[in-house]
Design a protein around this ligand. Structure first.
Ligand SMILES: [Zn+2]
Ligand SMILES: [Zn+2]
Length: 166
């Protein structure tokens, strides 16, 4: 996911390039627009990726699709023709155009993937998870444990119900 921007950097602000991404894990497909701006290049991209996750209930590893919308300025560090240092005002953590005038969006894709990752990913919406008694993966088969008794919230409810009934 590296683009040579040497030619674009010789052009005026407003000049553009666009690219389609080749599938390369975790990227499924994507479209990238480069726009020359005074301080470097504004990268706008829509990228379909496969995010890897571990199910919050049954702990199985699985992948699920997500679309990243990336919008980042990559700051120019050196003049293309003279190699002279350019004071672009980039802050630590900002994305930089390489000294060889290439734009590498790999790190941006990684950061946006982290932001897009679900907090409580489930392998499927109705994943039954693991048995709290024996650890059996309940989507494979039921283990036969009496799980209603093991949960203190349930026994408290059962006790309350007994009192009300009694
Ligand atoms: Zn699961
Ligand atoms: Zn069990």
């Amino acid at each position: 996911m590296i683009f040579n921007a040497a030619q674009l950097l010789r052009e005026r602000p407003g000049a553009t390039r666009s690219y389609d991404l080749e599938p390369e894990f975790p990227v499924h497909r994507g479209h990238v627009e480069l726009l020359r701006v005074p301080k470097g290049v504004l990268v706008t991209a829509d990228i379909d990726v496969i995010l890897e996750a571990e199910c919050a209930r049954c702990l199985v590893a699985f992948g699920y699709p997500a679309t990243l919308h990336i919008e980042e300025v990559f700051y120019q560090q050196v003049d293309v023709d003279t190699g002279a240092r350019i004071e672009s005002g980039a802050q630590p953590g900002d994305f930089l155009i390489g000294l060889d005038h290439t734009i590498d969006i790999t790190e941006a894709v990684r950061q946006y993937s982290l932001m897009a990752a679900a907090m409580q990913p489930l392998c499927r919406p109705d994943c039954p998870g693991l048995c709290p008694e024996c650890g059996q993966d309940l989507s494979m088969s039921d283990c036969g444990c009496d799980r209603t008794q093991s949960d203190p919230r349930w026994s408290a409810l059962a006790a309350l119900k007994q009192r009300l009934d009694g």
